[in-house]
Write a protein that binds this ligand. Sequence first.
Ligand SMILES: [Zn+2]
Length: 131
Amino acid sequence: MDPSGQSVSPLEQALHAARALVLADLAAGEVAAADVVSLVEDSVVQRRWWVEQWPDGVEFVAGLVAQDVQDALLERYGRWPLCPVCGSGDPHALEVEPELGADPHWVCHKAGVKVSAVGSLGSAAGGASSS
Ligand SMILES: [Zn+2]
């Protein structure tokens, strides 16, 4: 029961899901500090406006929020998320594919592999971390 009498719109559901997915990936990389969470909030605000202009883009917001946060982190902290697949060589960040599409994934272009869905980095990177 919603006391306001309004149901949650698909837009709000998509934004809420995008926020949760990106926060999960940030937590997996242990960078979910308060100021980083505010970067996610900033992106969600901007993407709400964006989807209001272009409702067909509602499926794309998770990938877009992930890329927004990645860009913001690059300016403040450095590369995120670091590739968990390549054990040697220069540390490098994963990239979101598709850049503008549904069902976004983190991809390592160096190894040419899909690492995980956006929101599932924790399970992708957690295999050997319990020593
Ligand atoms: Zn890699």
